[in-house]
Design a protein around this ligand. Sequence first.
Ligand code: NG6
Ligand code: CA
Length: 515
Amino acid sequence: HSFLAYVLLTFVLVSCKNKTSNHKADSETTTKETQKPNIVFIYTDDLGYGDISAYGATEIKTPAIDALADEGIAFHNAYATAATCTPSRYSLLTGNYAWRKKGTGVAKGDEALLIDTKRTTLPSILKTAGYKTGIVGKWHLGLGDKSGPDWNGKISPGPLEIGFDYSYLIPATGDRVPCVFVENHHIVNLDPNDPVTVNYKEKVGNWPTGKENPDLLTMKPSQGHNNTIVNGISRIGYMTGGKAALWDDETIPMELVDKSNKFINSNKNQPFFLLLSTHDIHVPRIANKMFQGKSGMGARGDVILQLDWTVNEIVKTLKMQNLLNNTIIVFSSDNGPVIDDGYQDQARELLGDHNPTGGLRGGKYSAYNGGSKIPLIIRWPDGKGKGTISNALVSQVDFLSSFAALTGVKKVKEDVIDSQNSLDVFLGDNTTGRTAIVQESFMGPVSYLEGDWKYIEPIDGPKLVPWGPIIETGFQKEPQLYNIKNDPNEQENLASRFPERVKDFKEKLINLKKG
Ligand code: NG6
Ligand code: CA
């Protein structure tokens, strides 16, 4: 009756289903007993490998997230495909590395949809397998056709055109305009007499900006972020209009939990896939009153507690609906951590002994492991792998093919190049994992990681992220080679001692890039 029974019976069932359709009672029982497992994927923003107590943080407690690790498998050698949001999300949803497609760096807030609607996607695969598919939260993959989103009309194409049945979105990021939610094809609460205008080149309308009216700010920017002020916070990009539709920064997580709960409740009688893509812990870090000052670590710590609250709320809902024993919960992050990401929120001053990367070199944006090595927890129904740690090499790009296999989709189309079926790894049965993975840094070098070794391609550029978060980029004129088993913090460049390996990895990367 369980999830495991589902896995075993999947193929038997597929072949029996047609034959037994005249035995209605039988087939109903069978379907009920072996209903495909729901998937709730909690995708957090900028949460580092060292940011949660389940991964060794001692200065902050994240009990709800830790419970997922206690009841599931915690992966300690897991990677997002990139060190920023847009490319990592592109990979998760398409099963391909984002560097294969131009223009998939950090997307503007009025970018056109970056995923080709004809492409195979994670939600389209699950839809084929009979799932109801929903996304709630941050999108940041562009909306609309090549002229961009029609904010006051039908905003399309978007998630609904690439395989989601339902969407409730922060269109780009919390720090980018427009500061409104988009439900399916429309801005929520938009008054037609007060249309929204968005511009990423020049000021529109007469709303104050951070640059002209710093006196009006409740939180000042440290880098950029000095365009239109919404709720006392100046953002990236200019907007005017849509007053009734503006979100309230302090209740974004509650809004996202509410929409997630509604999606779960209304789809509980059939398999569903929910991608809950949190705003936390991205900037601007505006914790709800419940969490303000609670971490003792300033806003960045407070929104980690708030994220933990979100996880707890979702688990509570699944429990209440009796769905926990047939739901897979995945918890991960889109890229590594950053301390000062553009607002003076005292993240650095109040950090204390907390180490967001868990000691890894670099951070968000970086080619070093701090950029894309992230926490990944999978809680399987029926306690599969309960409480274990896996050191298998895994990449988020593999969820597409692995969930295809899990849900009985036999063939994934050829437009999916990079996603591999790693289901046995995600289940904890295979402890080796992938042979190799590729990592993308922000406007910088791409790395190739195989076994214990990591190669960073030589590209000249600034050593530190130029606008000021104090993070090493990974740019270097010379090739870099690290033994990440003996030297997990990538301190000793061994490239000149192992020229053969450098040559081999360089060629493998060239071949991979050919596709
Ligand atoms: C950067 C922003 C940063 C953040 C990032 C995207 C500045 C100075 N910095 O350009 O605050 O928004 O883009 O983050 O503007 S991500 O997690 O969505 O990739
Ligand atoms: Ca991010």
